[in-house]
Ligand binder design. Structure first.
Ligand code: V47
Ligand code: SF4
Length: 376
């Protein structure tokens, strides 16, 4: 029979497990762990320990619920002035494989969803050299005209930093302009790794980590919530991951504007960092768990299923994840070009629910702000 006292005395007598005991006591008491403790978790904690602790945090915050939404993605262009080494998707202007959607095409695409119960449109693309803040605004407007009640979550901080700077506005003024066009929230892309040395090696020419944080802070101050991401599994160290999360946690203390944190696994096909290969599933699960344990102030942890794959998304539900994004529907190319399993990602509500239920969890359809739409 399981003897709790024996286990505790075993841990107390084992020097190597002492620091982990201290961390688990902190987490079970609802206290915050430090950057050094996060690094220790990454370095020495085993999968069972991480699962147990991350699960404790996820159940305290979200019970047994796993959230998803009914959404679709628009990628207005893959033309990009930047040249991130991990990106398999961008093309320079004029390249035969580049595309640019006209406002009319975006309106037509949105009209296809008029009878489909969608609650959110996710819009992210490359940074087009010729588009300005008003074109970005009109993209949002075209969607809103076709779908007045949907939530438009649009443009990474990288796209925003570029068009707002180009318009000679400060971040808050630029975001206010886009809010007037209908912007409801901001996705988490473009964060990558904030550390300047790593950033310089993987995406030297785009907005810095500080600029990413400043755009999100300005959004929160304008009443525009957002998500945060990390791109892991390339050249970064555990210290870089923990420091990246600390910067996000500090901003969340200030503004409370982040809805969720999304770890994005580096995918290696068709890009300049492909020689690095990809980390194993065990590393994905460990990373989800450490993120869940670290963020005492962000309620939701998302596994983005097109990037992770359906099987691993199911596993992630035992490592702190309480959100698996949504139905998505077909137009997402940023991951399919980088080697994700689905070339045209889309999942029915039935399939999303099957994944969630097979992990012993309760499927909950949410809106973009995590209000419950429906229990399944
Ligand atoms: O910023 C690009 C990443 C991001 C690769 O907020 C790559 O709900 C892995 O931000 N391997 C854009 N990742 C996508 C994004 C996102 C996705 C889903 C939901 C939300 C949300 C946001 O994709 C980029 C970059 O970090 N990315 N290339 C690659 N080869
Ligand atoms: Fe451009 Fe985004 Fe690709 Fe970087 S990740 S090259 S900013 S499309």
């Amino acid at each position: 029979m399981f003897d709790k006292n024996k286990l505790i005395s075993f841990i107390e007598n084992s020097k190597s497990l002492q620091p982990l005991l201290f961390i688990s006591e902190k987490v079970l008491n609802g206290e915050r762990i430090s950057v050094d403790q996060a690094i220790l978790l990454y370095e020495v904690a085993d999968l069972g320990y991480l699962s147990m602790l991350a699960n404790h945090v996820r159940e305290a915050k979200n019970g047994n619920h796993v959230y998803f939404n009914k959404n679709f993605h628009v990628e207005p262009t893959n033309t990009c002035i930047y040249n991130c080494k991990f990106c398999s998707y961008h093309k320079i202007a004029g390249d035969p494989e580049s595309w640019e959607m006209s406002l009319n095409e975006i309106a037509k695409l949105s009209e296809n969803y008029q009878n489909k119960d969608i609650t959110e449109v996710h819009v992210v693309g490359g940074v087009h050299p010729k588009w300005d803040i008003h074109y970005y605004g009109k993209i949002i407007q075209s969607i809103k005209i076709a779908l007045p009640h949907v939530h438009v979550k649009a443009f990474s901080a990288i796209e925003l930093e570029y068009v707002i700077k180009k318009a000679n506005l400060d971040y808050r003024e630029g975001l206010r302009t886009l809010k007037e066009y209908g912007l409801d929230s901001i996705p988490g892309g473009g964060a990558e790794i904030f550390d300047p040395q790593v950033r310089d090696k993987i995406c030297s020419d785009k907005a810095t980590g500080k600029q990413w944080l400043d755009v999100h802070e300005a959004a929160h101050l304008e009443g525009i919530p957002s998500n945060a991401t990390i791109l892991y599994g390339h050249i970064e160290s555990y210290k870089h991951r923990a420091q990246h999360m600390e910067a996000i946690r500090n901003l969340q203390d200030k503004t409370g504007g982040f809805n969720c944190f999304i770890p994005l696994k580096f995918r290696a096909q068709n890009n300049n960092l492909g020689y690095l290969g990809e980390v194993e599933t065990v590393e994905d699960l460990r990373n989800f768990a450490v993120s869940r344990i670290f963020f005492d102030n962000i309620n939701h942890l998302k596994a983005y299923w097109p990037m992770l794959g359906k099987q691993n998304t199911k596993l992630a539900l035992s490592f702190g994840v309480d959100d698996i994004d949504g139905t998505i529907d077909d137009t997402t190319k940023i991951y399919s070009m980088a080697g994700a399993e689905d070339q045209k990602p889309a999942m029915t509500v039935d399939k999303l629910c099957e994944i969630i239920k097979s992990a012993g969890r309760t499927p909950v359809e949410r809106d973009s702000l995590y209000n419950v739409v429906k229990f399944y």
